[in-house]
Every structure is written in C-alpha cells, then in structure tokens.
Ligand binder design. Structure first.
Ligand code: SF4
Length: 396
C-alpha cells in the first residue's frame, strides 16, 4: 500500500519535496522533512500559526501520498458503549451518568452479545469504550471478552481506554501489566486511544480532574505495547489548551512511539460544544480542524496513520481532511453514543459504499483494512444493476 517495493516512503517524500515550489518560510521545515529529521517545538509553533493553510495542507498531503499513494483506509466495525455509568465527571463529557440517573444503562454480558450479534455477520471489529463502572472488574471484562471470542472468533476486540484500564486494575487489585495481560489472554486485541485529551496535567486538572495523569496515560500505552497489544492515540483539542500544550502533547506521543513503535494511528478530534459543560472552551473552526490534521501528519513522523474521525468531525470535513494529510476515516460504526450525545450529527447508517464515496470525493482510492492495518483490500463500489432497455414511451 505504501511506497514502491524498492523505495522507502522517506525516499519518495524527499523526491516529491524537491519539486515542491513553496514559500521560503517553509524551507527549513521542508528540508527537515526531506531528510527525515523530526520537527521541533518551534516548527510546531510555526505550523500552528502560519496563515498559509494551503501550503501546510499541500506538504501534509505529500507526506501522506509518499506513505500511502492515493489510498485512504476505512474498516467495517460497530461501536458498542457498554455502560454510561461513570464514577468520574469529566467536564467535557456529555455521555456519563450517575448510577441512579433515569437514563443510566449497563449492558450485561448477554445483552452485549445480543447487540453484537445483530452486526456480527458483516463487521470485523467491535469497538467498546464506556464509563468507569463501580463494580466491573477484570473478571467481568475477561468473561465478556471470552464470550465474544467464543461466539464471534473472527471479530477483533478493540476496547477500553487507558483510564478504564487503570480503573479496572484498581478495582481488581492488580497492576496495569497484570490487568492488560489477563484481558489480552481473554481476547482483547487492541486499545483505542481515547482519554488522552491533552497530555498536560494543568489542562487535565480543569477539564478532567481525577482522570489518569499524562504520565499514567503514556505508561498504560507503553505497557500495552510491551505486551504486544497495539494501541491508537488521540488528542481532544479546542477546550482550554494553548498551542504550546498541543505541541507538548504531540511530542510526548512521538517520544513514546520512538521507544515502543506500538501506536498504529493518531486520532485528533475537536471538542463539540454545548451550552453547559465547558463554557470557556475556545472551540475549533473547520479550518482549525484541517490545520490540526496537517500539523499532526508533519509532527508525528513516526506514527503511520492519521485518522479523520468522521464520527466527530462529520463527513464533509473528513473528506477535506483526506487532502490535508489524513489517510483514514475510521469505520462504519453503526451505533455510537459518546460523540452523538456530545453534539455530533455524523450519520450512523453508512455502509461501505457510503464510506467509499467520501474517499472517492476526496480524490483518493478506498481501501478496506482490518483493525491492525495488516490486511488490505481495494474497495470498488458495486455497479448499480444495468437498466433494462425499455421501449420509449409513445403515448403523446
Ligand atoms: S470522559 Fe470517560 S471517564 Fe470522563 S466522565 Fe466521561 S465516561 Fe467518565
């Protein structure tokens, strides 16, 4: 899928950048990208503030093209949010409920399995994240994952964010390593990246007090990587963070990746506003979302995939983001609560054809992937049935 068999994507990138005619203020960045040198904090500042969004997008797109040519990826998955009951109350979260709330819910194992059964014939991934349930410990999740694997052995389980892992470990009196290891033995295949928010403890103290610290987030992912559990990583932007804090976030992820190489994909997504939760949020505009995608592609030179998470940013911006350095638009999803309660209007009824259309509209070629980016299939939208040759109407 990437650069030619005998040429690395970095070589291809150097060649493409040589022929790029771009303004001189980008020249030191272009020269670093050409030689594979990681961009610095100062470079990040420049990219986050330059008014030349076109050039930024063009360079990010060249990097994406060098890695993946014109391919853009999606998968066929279902999201099942197992419970909205949560012992924390992050300020930006519209999903969590207290245990006694009239709309609090928890899917027991049978209910979860029956939910998944409805989609099991046509998905290859179940993505499950939820609240920090006060009683569900490692035994609960081990039983759940074992049951999923017994009933649907082909379905990959991508589940539990870092804070859920920490919570389960605490409830179970186990270390993070023991918890992850037990869950892996029960069928857990990978971790999503949720909960990173901004990896700066001053920001976290305001928007998600009580959640895992920045160091704990990174350490849980590090431990997962050491156990051969691949993970994704995320960034929630547009709350109260500064540009410098965004860059710190990106650099921390890049540093961990250079140590473990266990991140598959980076997923930046903006805070979706409502009237009550975080009135001081700065909120990201459409062009800011595209800028963050492009900057991520350039700063995170060692994380292969950058996702335009259409569930959060919507189909239209996701389509544009594929021209600003993103190479992935996530999956069919089918069922999702967290982003939708936070204000997302992204459609949930997309099938593969709909996802493929988003990719084609962006000028890329749709490729269906599995969760771990180890299996790829070019996706061609089936032709509509041939119209029959009907005789011309002759009534008038
Ligand atoms: S973001 Fe997660 S941990 Fe925080 S309140 Fe919502 S469900 Fe709970």
């Amino acid at each position: 899928m990437a650069a030619g068999e005998n040429q690395s994507w970095q070589e291809l990138l150097s060649q493409s950048l040589q022929s790029l005619d771009c303004p001189s203020e980008f020249s030191s960045i272009v020269s670093k990208l050409s030689s594979g040198e990681p961009l610095s904090r100062e470079d990040g500042h420049f990219l986050f503030t330059t008014r030349d969004l076109d050039t930024l997008g063009n360079i990010a797109n060249l990097v994406k093209q060098s890695r993946f040519a014109d391919s853009a990826f999606f998968n066929v998955n279902v999201h099942i949010n197992q419970t909205n009951i949560c012992t924390l109350a992050c300020k930006f979260c519209a999903f969590r409920r207290g245990r006694r709330a009239p709309d609090a819910y928890q899917l027991d194992i049978d209910e979860y399995i029956e939910d998944l059964r409805k989609y099991s014939s046509h998905v290859d991934e179940v993505h499950s994240v939820g609240g920090l349930h006060p009683e569900w410990d490692v035994d609960h999740y081990s039983s759940l994952f074992s049951r999923v694997k017994d009933e649907f052995p082909e379905i990959h389980i991508k589940a539990l964010t870092a804070v859920e892992i920490k919570h389960i470990a605490n409830l179970s009196n186990l270390s993070i390593r023991e918890t992850l290891s037990t869950l892996k033995d029960s069928g857990l295949g990978s971790l999503p990246g949720g909960g990173a928010e901004i990896l700066d403890d001053d920001v976290r103290a305001i928007i998600c007090r009580g959640k895992e610290s920045s160091a704990e987030y990174l350490d849980i992912h590090r431990t997962a990587h050491q156990l051969d559990i691949p993970t994704n990583c995320t960034m929630l932007f547009g709350t109260i963070e500064s540009i410098d804090q965004r860059i710190t976030h990106l650099l921390k992820l890049r540093d961990l990746q250079s140590e473990t190489n266990g991140f598959q994909c980076f997923v930046p997504y903006p805070f979706l506003p409502d009237d009550s939760r975080l009135p001081e949020a700065q909120l990201a505009t459409g062009s800011e979302i595209l800028r963050v995608i492009a900057v991520s592609r350039l700063m995170l030179n060692n994380i292969p995939h950058i996702k335009a998470y259409r569930m959060n940013i919507g189909d239209e911006i996701a389509e544009l983001a594929l021209q600003f350095g993103a190479d992935d638009i996530d999956g069919t999803v089918q069922k999702e609560s967290i982003m939708h309660l936070a204000g997302s209007n992204a459609p949930l009824d997309h099938d593969k054809n709909e996802l493929a259309k988003i990719v084609l509209n962006s000028g890329s070629s749709p490729v269906q992937r599995n969760t771990t980016y180890t299996s790829f299939e070019k996706y061609i939208i089936p032709k509509a049935p041939e119209r029959r040759n009907l005789p011309m109407a002759s009534g008038d």
